[in-house]
Design a protein around this ligand. Structure first.
Ligand code: ADP
Ligand code: ASP
Ligand code: MG
Length: 440
């Protein structure tokens, strides 16, 4: 069994869906094909939900109608026969009927998640319809039957494994299974999701649950690049990464992968391949246990970081001080990314501001608290980089002119992170591209 995941742009146009059908029929291996919503759909669904939560029904209705128009145009070119077209219209009508009903009922968190789920439900049903018309044997699987998260919103891998095994057993003769990325059920059995970009996470979880030979992530670029191609002009793909390197890059902002999608594949030792739907012959990036070489592989940036400094003269030589501070974050289930300490102060960063005011109130009992919003973590990632000779010298030379707020070195052997104001992100990534990779 293998897993093939196709992202939004890979299914975003009828001709792209046609291409996907060729890619999944290239070999005989059994496969679970995980699809995202058509590109732009989840953003539109978020906007519809936001309008509903503000009770702006007019804006919500306009957005629903625009999105529906988009799907009507899409299906005209997706299928050719009248019968298939009629079925496609029925699928679209069913989901937009649901969206129109949401205009009439009161908005809440559960409904919000239901709205967000429509994108993946539509893309998979429409793709199956296309496969049916093209005579490609396949089986639709409802991800809501087996994808589960627990009461802490963490994937319940054992449950997923059991449920998926039971589901697959029903179709011993099928070789191609189509299912939704991103969506799942939570501990209350409500429809939920694995957060934005979560289809990668679905793919990795399904690959781990089925002990797949490979987890292929098909997207619109030829693998993980050494720097963010949206910001820096000249970047190059990386042929091989270890799970640890890829996990650091994903977590610290390389958008090509969902932040936490590596661990299931790593746990089950399933190699992950990043491949380009527009250029299927390109080598892409292979992610596996062993690193191919030491040294810097890539840099990535993560925005939306809040730096918190707690200053206390009482901290001097006080054991237990850090524990008390960390307990506050634990209480509010807010994870810390970077930490530095001096004799009188602790600086740390978080990316989730849901409980910021409560956290700050409690921290004030330990000393003065300063907050810096709009910070960015820039991570320099590579196997054993903290052992790489001259790297620090080169790095600080390269960072000339950048107001570095914090540095994390030595926490992981694969990562050096710096904290900068977001306004300096572009300049930092460009200077690193030149200084560390010789690219400009
Ligand atoms: P999909 O819809 O297929 O999941 P995403 O948009 O989530 O695709 O991820 C692919 C995009 O990630 C690329 O188009 C690219 O702009 C962006 N990206 C950011 N950092 C990197 C990187 N280091 N390497 C490759 N792509 C990156
Ligand atoms: N459709 C979802 C999103 O846009 C999940 C994904 O594409 O991975 O976030
Ligand atoms: Mg993505």
């Amino acid at each position: 069994m293998k897993v093939m995941k196709f992202g939004g742009t890979s299914v975003g146009k009828p001709e792209r869906m046609h291409e996907v059908s060729k890619l999944i029929t290239k070999d005989e291996e059994s496969k679970i094909v995980v699809l995202s919503a058509l590109s732009g759909t989840t953003n539109s669904l978020v906007a519809i939900s936001d309008a509903l939560s503000k009770n702006d029904k007019k804006a919500a209705k306009e957005k629903i109608d625009t999105l529906e128009g988009h799907y009507h145009n899409f299906i005209k070119e997706l299928v050719t026969g009248d019968a298939a077209y009629a079925k496609a219209k029925t699928i679209v009508a069913e989901h937009f009927e649901f969206l129109n009903i949401t205009l009439k009922i009161s908005h809440n968190e559960a409904l919000y998640k239901d709205i967000l789920a429509q994108g993946e439900l539509l893309s998979t049903k429409l793709f199956c319809l296309f496969l049916e018309e093209a005579g490609i044997d396949h089986q639709y699987l409802a991800a809501l039957d087996f994808m589960r998260i627990d009461e802490h919103d963490e994937p319940a891998l054992d449950t997923i494994k059991t449920l998926l095994e039971q589901t697959l057993k029903q179709y011993p003769d099928k070789k191609i299974f189509i299912t939704q990325g991103y969506i799942c059920r939570n501990a209350k059995s409500e429809v939920d999701n694995l957060k934005r970009g979560g289809s990668d996470y679905s793919a990795s979880l399904i690959a781990a649950a089925t002990n797949s030979t490979v987890c292929e992530i098909w997207t619109d670029i030829d693998g993980m690049h050494n720097n963010d191609p949206r910001i820096v002009n000249k970047t190059r793909p990386i042929e091989q990464l270890s799970f640890d390197e890829a996990a650091e890059l994903a977590y610290f902002g390389a958008k090509i992968l969902h932040p936490t999608c590596i661990w299931p594949a790593q746990l089950a030792k399933v190699p992950v391949k990043l491949l380009n739907t527009m250029q299927p012959e390109a080598a892409g990036t292979t992610i596996q246990e062993e690193a191919s070489s030491d040294g810097v592989k890539a840099v990535a940036a993560k925005d939306g970081i809040i730096a918190i400094k707690i200053k206390s003269s009482r901290m001097l030589l006080a054991y237990g001080f850090l524990r008390k501070i960390f307990e506050v974050f634990e209480k509010y289930r807010t994870s810390i990314d970077m930490v530095t300490t001096s004799e009188v102060a602790v600086s740390l960063t978080i990316d989730n501001d849901a409980y910021l005011s409560q956290i700050v109130e409690e921290l004030k009992t330990f000393g003065t608290v300063e907050i810096d919003n709009d910070q960015t973590i820039v991570s320099i990632v590579g196997n054993e980089i903290t052992e790489t000779e001259d790297l620090l010298e080169n790095l600080f030379e390269t960072l000339k002119g950048i107001p570095v707020r914090m540095v994390n070195y030595g926490g992981s052997r694969h990562n050096i992170s710096i904290l900068i104001p977001k306004a300096f992100k572009e300049q930092t990534l460009q200077q690193l591209n030149k200084g560390l990779f010789g690219l400009e």
